[in-house]
Design a protein around this ligand. Structure first.
Ligand code: PLP
Length: 746
């Protein structure tokens, strides 16, 4: 028989420190994970990604091993708890936002569905960065998550290669990803053996030129200058060179038909360099050019995540030259090949300025290009990547994103999970579409009441958490309105800010809302993204103004959750009433936060963008709050360059009042003039993401939503319909589609 929990725990559970207990439970869990089987088979999918935002693993793994409850009851007898360990566990800092969280959900589903696959990426020592607010500004600090024992275990797999004239040694680390059933898959992360943490002195600054010491220090190091860009490029090279070495080692006897044995899904273009590197490796092996290229094309598949022009990667060809000069003739060869297939200059890999278009490389030399939501894929086909779609109609396909319900329902909202189980049985845990059965209870008063109680309890849990973390006092009887996601102008946190200002003004003019509102934000801004930081600053200043105003504060509060990450999301999402998904239509590829909220019984306030479109179709217009201009209208505005924000400012007194507030004496007394002026000028004179275009409709729709909240029965009916229709967004569905239509494993 297997060893039991108590055979592993040798400490005195009454007296040991949290650190000792954590280490022992971690070792035990790693050891017990050995009972999970690795998937076997002829063909493997390699999911290559610069980010894996996996979140804490302890509770997740204990649950997947089926020992959570047993361990908890042992610990409780000694006055301890899993929560103590959970709070102590550092969250792996290996991702940035939706793209990285998607990769994590996908690994969970690949393991659960028993598909032979693995993740390939980098082990960043200090991750993205830790956000700390000082003087109402974001400051960045290293996130030293590896200081405590982690889930990453060193392996014997090492490779040595050159980056330019720098010799580097790369070692592979492995994190087991446990599926819900009997399988596990590896997440393999590469680290630079000679990495030097001491290179980072204060904040997140370090010598960007010392590649042999810095390559795996940070995810997305500041690339606002040439040195930073070169470092980021070298980092990508290090990742794909290491990952490919591992893949080639695994299939060294099958290089001639590698495409039968391996499929490499690249998560956006960060790993796209692997295409040239595989071509290079196959040629070196003596395979002819034509055949090698076929193998490359059949092996790679590409996921596009963005249509924001500034986010489409283009690297100067001399960067390739500086890491490995033999790549340059290969790139030219691939470019000639692309030219032979199309004479449309928009599909060139290398442009006249000598920039290598990584998306072009990825589309020409992979067999699949997918968007991540129906609308996004349509926009790729008809607008952004039209020239490629005309050339390769069969390569394009859609894979609407999904989320793992293990983490985003079962783990983060155990009470709701249990209650759903009592209503419709436990089948939904295996097959998420079973949630549909909840629809029959939508009008049932008892069910509505219970779901409302669970929401209330989750609000209390969030309030207690934020009290511990940030000493914030929250009114749990208020409406919880939440916008948590990376800070970007296209996501339009600034529009939500203007809503808050409008509400302050309305309350001051005597219009008291029927119920208090708490507006939550959680968001990191890229360290060099000035305007994003200005928006954070304005929100932090406004929240102080509100707190200090005895007229406004009983009715409105802004809570900015510091250092937003997966752990915080797990507290915030189950407590939410209003899910803010307010990107400028056409700009959010999919969103996955929107799916998590819906599943946890929040109603969406959103534009018809990304997966909001599919949510809206599933739940029906009576169960969602849609506002704003359509993607067609927005795309036309960009085409005709006819959007003028000033017009909206001048035509609407409330819009004008909200914008002007940003630079009032009251704001400037607490805030910084440079930040606030810049944001104000941006909104009036540029407003690239058309905040003012949708502001009026947004304010009216949100106010209507708050009125509707007062009809608790009608609201809860909508809530139940939302949960019932969320099954489509299980990442098990997404991964099954990837496998059927792109990977063909088993
Ligand atoms: C889900 C998730 C995201 C993505 O949120 P969007 O609203 O889709 O941008 C980002 N960060 C974390 C921590 C998440 O859990």
């Amino acid at each position: 028989m297997e060893k039991k929990i108590l055979d592993y725990l040798t400490l005195d559970l009454d007296t040991c420190t949290t650190d000792e207990l954590y280490n022992e439970v971690l070792s035990m869990t790693k050891e017990m994970s050995k009972i999970k089987k690795e998937v076997t088979g002829e063909r493997t999918v390699y999911y290559m990604s610069a980010e894996f935002l996996i979140g804490k693993l302890l509770s997740n793994n204990l649950m997947n091993l089926g020992i959570y409850d047993e361990l908890e009851s042992i610990l409780v007898k000694h006055g301890r708890s899993i929560t103590e360990l959970e709070d102590y566990e550092p969250e792996p800092s290996l991702g940035n936002g939706g793209l990285g969280r998607l990769a994590a959900c996908f690994l969970d589903s690949i393991a659960t569905l028993g598909i032979k696959g693995e993740g390939l990426g980098l082990l960043y020592h200090f991750g993205l960065f830790k956000q700390v607010f000082q003087n109402n500004q974001q400051t960045e600090h290293k996130d030293a998550w590896l200081d405590r024992p982690s889930w990453a275990m060193p392996t014997d797999f090492k490779t040595t290669f050159k980056i330019g004239d720098v010799d580097v040694v790369s070692r592979m680390y492995k994190i087991d990803v446990l599926g819900y059933n009997e399988y596990k898959i590896p997440l393999n992360l590469f680290d630079l053996e000679s990495v030097d943490e001491k290179l980072v002195s204060d904040g997140i600054r370090f010598d960007q030129e010392k590649l042999e010491s810095n390559l795996t220090l940070f995810l997305y190091p500041d690339d606002s200058n040439e040195k930073g860009l070169r470092l980021r490029f070298a980092q990508q090279f290090f990742m794909v060179k290491s990952g490919l070495a591992w893949i080639l080692e695994n299939h060294k006897n099958h290089l001639e038909d590698l495409d039968k044995h391996a499929v490499i899904q690249i998560n956006d273009t960060h790993p796209a360099m692997a295409i040239v590197l595989l071509y290079q490796a196959l040629l070196k092996h003596g395979i002819t050019n034509d055949k090698a290229l076929k193998i490359v094309e059949n092996t790679f598949a590409y996921t596009n995540h963005t249509i924001l022009a500034e986010a489409l990667e283009k690297w100067p060809i001399h960067y390739f030259e500086s890491v490995d000069h033999s790549l340059v003739p290969l790139l030219h060869e691939l470019n000639e090949k692309a030219k032979s297939r199309s004479n449309d200059s928009k599909t060139l890999i290398i442009d006249e300025q000598g920039l290598v278009h990584m998306a072009a490389l990825s589309i020409h030399f992979s067999h699949s290009t997918n968007g991540v939501a129906a609308l996004h894929t349509d926009i790729l086909k008809n607008t952004e990547l039209k020239h490629f779609y005309d050339l390769y109609p069969d390569k394009f396909n859609n894979k609407t994103n999904g989320i793992t319900f293990r983490r985003w329902l079962q783990f983060s909202n155990p009470e709701l999970t249990k209650y759903i189980e009592s209503l419709i049985g436990s089948e939904f845990k295996e097959n998420a579409m079973e949630l549909e059965k909840l629809s029959q209870f939508a009008e049932d008063n008892t069910v509505q009441k219970e779901i409302e109680n669970i929401k209330y309890m989750n609000k209390k849990r969030l309030a207690e958490f934020l009290k511990r973390e940030q000493s914030i006092e929250i009114n749990v009887d208020s409406v919880f309105d939440i916008q948590i996601k990376r800070l970007h102008e296209y996501k339009r946190q600034q529009m939500n800010l203007l809503y808050a200002i409008d509400m302050v003004e309305e309350i001051r003019s005597g219009k008291i809302p029927s119920r208090p509102l708490t507006m939550f934000f959680g968001s990191k801004a890229a360290p060099a993204y000035t305007l994003a930081k200005d928006i954070i600053h304005a929100l932090l200043v406004l929240s102080k103004i509100i707190d200090n105003d005895p007229i406004v504060s009983p009715h409105l509060k802004i809570v900015f959750v510091e250092n937003y990450n997966v752990t915080k999301a797990e507290y915030l999402i189950p407590a939410c009433d209003i899910s803010e998904q307010i990107s400028l239509a056409s700009k959010e590829a999919s969103g996955t936060g929107n799916m998590k909220f819906m599943l946890n019984g929040a109603l969406t306030l959103g534009t018809l963008d990304g997966a909001n479109v599919e949510i809206s179709e599933l739940v029906g217009s009576e169960n969602i709050y849609i506002f704003g201009e359509s993607s067609e209208t927005v795309i036309a505005h960009y085409e005709h360059e006819d959007y003028v924000s000033k017009v909206y400012y001048e035509d609407n007194v409330r819009i004008k009042r909200a914008c002007d507030f940003l630079v009032t004496e009251e704001m400037l007394a607490l805030g910084n003039q440079t930040n606030l002026d810049r944001l104000y000028q941006e909104l009036l004179n540029k407003d690239w993401f058309m905040t003012l275009l949708d502001l009026e409709d947004y304010i009216n729709t949100k106010n209507r939503m708050l009125e509707d909240y007062e009809d608790r029965e009608a609201w809860n009916t909508k809530v139940i319909h939302n949960i019932a229709k969320a099954g489509f967004f299980s990442s098990d569905r997404t991964i099954a589609q990837y496998n059927e239509e792109i990977w063909n494993i088993k």
